[in-house]
Design a protein. Sequence first.
Length: 137
Amino acid sequence: MSETRGKRPEITVSTADLDRLEGLLGELRAGAPEIADGLRSELDRARIVEPDEVPKDVVTMNSTVRFVDEESGKEFERTLCYPGEATGGADKVSILAPLGSALLGLSVGQRIDWPVPGGRTAHIRILEVVSQPVHRA
């Protein structure tokens, strides 16, 4: 599926991820309102489903995803995690990082244009959901 540049693609988020992320938003409001607003905007546009209804090709919290920066052609593999879990290496990305909130809910083949530090816009396309946590209802 190809997305038009500049248009945000449809995303899917599980009720389990939504509940935990909304709790995190409450903590963020006082200290980092701009991050909270960006994440809230993403959650507001998401299609919300039960954890066992999330397609296997969708990036959820704790998923490992392979994606490409279309501008540079460089491929990356990262695990999307909660704050505090992103320590200990470059293989993890926090949901609070611009890239982390951009990845949430995307499915294989989707792309998104996302502002990154330094003033440029990254053109990210999802290549593969390498692993996705198993959620039991």
